[in-house]
Design a binder for this molecule. Structure first.
Ligand SMILES: [Zn+2]
Length: 161
């Protein structure tokens, strides 16, 4: 899933446990793997590889890499902002941001694994690859299904609070 979808799900879960930051972070982190198992679409990142056997140690700074990093940054920041906007109260904003960020973290950890393939990242990467849906959706269905999924999660979390 794209990072903003992960952030919305992490924020939604955190909104159910607004006084427990540790639980919000742990469940947000775990939610990443659960929803990656659903067939989905991810935007392409040509210079950065996080696929099996990826090695980004020889990654060079160029225009394509800057576009990738900008896409990732906008996606992550928009997701955390959206999660705060959807779920936060003044008292719970930091826990919502924590849950949303924790839900994003497994993807940057894939990159860290590609440049530093050591434990516990090796095990985590193996698990991430194993649970990640093997079926990729075309972008039109992929985008619309993630928007619908985010809306459903928002309605569900609001009903549960
Ligand atoms: Zn992932």
């Amino acid at each position: 899933m794209i990072l903003s979808t992960h952030a919305v799900v992490g924020g939604a879960i955190a909104s159910l446990v607004p006084s427990n930051p540790v639980l919000a972070a742990v469940t947000g982190f775990a939610s990443h793997f659960a929803i990656d198992a659903i067939p989905h679409w991810d935007y392409p990142l040509p210079p950065i590889s996080i696929s099996k056997g990826a090695d980004n140690r020889s990654l060079r700074s160029n225009g394509a890499l800057i576009i990738d990093l900008t896409s990732i940054g906008v996606d992550a920041c928009a997701g955390v902002a959206l999660a705060i906007w959807l779920f936060a109260t003044p008292a719970s904003a930091s826990v919502i941001a924590l849950g949303a960020t924790a839900a994003i973290v497994p993807d940057p950890l894939q990159f860290v694994h590609s440049v530093y393939p050591q434990e516990p990242l090796v095990r985590l990467q193996r698990f991430h690859e194993w649970i990640h849906a093997k079926r990729k959706l075309a972008w039109k269905l992929g985008v619309s299904s993630q928007v619908a999924f985010e809306a459903a999660v928002t309605v569900f979390a609001s009903a549960m609070r």
